[in-house]
Write a new protein. Structure first.
Length: 462
């Protein structure tokens, strides 16, 4: 490992933003609630993620800065990713050994993993700093500097890019059984085990709801943001960029409306889907810029797919369409039995999806470009990007949107007669018990394979 000039530096801009987020957390107590929301919050309360405490702890941790001695920053990042791939491979080897005999895992594997993990932890703060600087430079080159870009290009870069490569909080998603709709989402502790997650789901389901506890790949409701550990360079850059961009959007009309939606003050599920889709487009293009500027193109290791003759996207879209039809016909039990049969079919093909239900589709449906989504908004945003002369022009136009009708008028398209998905006024009340900033469900999080833009944890290659 190269010698590193061990210096520390505080980041005033980041600390000011963190204080704003903490203030927002205190305002959440005044958000509207309901008896069902209170009952669900009570179930989750012992396992709720404490964002304020986590952010306060981050402010007290000195962060290294300065140049790395005798090593090019990009090469350092690649060495870190190679180490992460080695760790992933050895962990798979350990898991295979544990499946045969949990009491006889070779000591050499355990010792090597601990040594590598220590080296990885020492490298992470420098990798975070290097990637943040590269992303910032790429954004500036693409003329995206601050939410005030719509009026002036003289504002300093804001908000600051700061993230931690760390497992994000887990997420409890609650949906109605009768229709696919996100009624409540609560952030849970990072280290939640499967037995506890199953217990939480069962308790919520006993109230008559559909529930899912899921891991997520990124979380933008804190300062710094979370980015899950991955050996994929592109995925890591995209996730860090997307979570930052959600904070950027929070200071624009579009993102402001998303905050109101999350607070339950102005529920608008279309705004949420527009927000997530735009962030995905920006993250992808910025990642490409970073890769081209600093890494000579995309150097990510190709992900090994589970099956070459199986169209996962088509399978999931067909599942979603069929479930929607069954629910519209009032066949709730039939829809749930159908989803379980489809899940089993995926498991048989090597896709480890633990639970496929209304809550699963309610959460993943926010991401209009994923297999679990059936939504024309993606194509409309795609058309807006195609007709924009630059990414910065696209961001300026998109961030000013206040409704899907605005988007369609901008594209000179007729207004839709009816939104594809609706959400009841109660939907927005979930944030009254969400322990994070108004940006708290700026979580990219999906579980379908081979779609890194969905901010899911990327599948690892074998």
């Amino acid at each position: 490992m190269p010698q590193i000039r061990r210096q520390t530096k505080r980041h005033p801009a980041g600390r000011r933003l963190a204080l704003l987020v903490c203030l927002a957390l205190m305002l959440l107590a005044a958000a509207p609630a309901s008896e069902p929301a209170d009952a669900i919050a009570a179930i989750a309360a012992p396992h709720r993620f404490d964002a304020t405490r986590w952010m306060a702890a981050q402010l007290l941790v000195p962060r290294p800065f300065g140049s790395l001695a005798d090593e090019v920053p990009s090469a350092y990042v690649l060495r870190y990713l190679a180490l992460t791939r080695d760790i992933e491979a050895l962990e798979r080897q350990r898991d295979v050994a544990a499946a045969s005999n949990p009491r006889q895992i070779p000591a050499e594997i355990t010792q090597t993993l601990e040594t590598w993990r220590q080296e990885q932890r020492a490298m992470q703060p420098h990798v975070e700093r290097i990637l943040a600087a590269q992303i910032r430079a790429a954004l500036v080159a693409l003329e995206i500097r601050s939410p005030a870009d719509r009026w002036t290009t003289r504002m300093p870069f804001f908000p600051p890019i700061t993230f931690r490569i760390e497992n994000p909080p887990q997420l409890l998603v609650v949906s109605s059984r009768e229709r696919i709709e996100s009624l409540q989402q609560i952030m849970l502790v990072q280290e939640l085990d499967l037995v506890t997650a199953l217990s939480i789901e069962q308790q919520v389901e006993s109230l008559g709801y559909s529930a899912l506890v899921t891991e997520i790949g990124g979380f933008g409701g804190t300062v710094p943001t979370f980015v899950a550990e991955s050996s994929s360079l592109r995925w890591t850059i995209e996730t860090a960029t997307e979570e930052w961009f959600h904070q950027y959007l929070a200071f624009t009309p579009l993102g402001g409306l998303y905050v109101l939606d999350l607070l339950g003050l102005r529920p608008d599920y279309e705004i949420a889907r527009i927000n997530e889709t735009i962030a995905g487009f920006v993250a992808s293009e910025v990642a490409t810029e970073v890769l081209n500027r600093y890494y000579g193109g995309d150097v990510s290791t190709p992900v090994q797919t589970v099956s070459n003759d199986f169209d996962y996207t088509a399978f999931m879209r067909e599942t979603r369409v069929t479930v929607d039809r069954l629910l519209e016909e009032g066949q709730v039990e039939a829809a749930e039995a159908y989803m379980e049969s489809r899940r089993q079919a995926l498991v048989d093909r090597g896709y480890a999806i633990r639970k496929l239900n209304q809550a699963y589709f309610a959460f993943h449906g926010t991401y209009t470009y994923g297999p679990a989504a059936v939504d024309p908004i993606y194509e409309e945003i795609k058309l807006l990007r195609a007709t924009s002369p630059s990414l910065s022009a696209f961001v300026r136009a998109a961030s000013a949107l206040q409704s899907r009708d605005d988007l369609r008028r901008l594209l000179d398209l007729p207004a839709p007669e009816q939104a594809l998905l609706e959400r009841s006024p109660a939907t927005g009340t979930f944030l009254s018990r969400l322990c994070a900033a108004p940006a708290s469900v700026f979580v990219g999080g999906a579980t379908w394979p081979s779609l890194p833009s969905d901010r899911a944890r990327p599948p690892t290659s074998s």
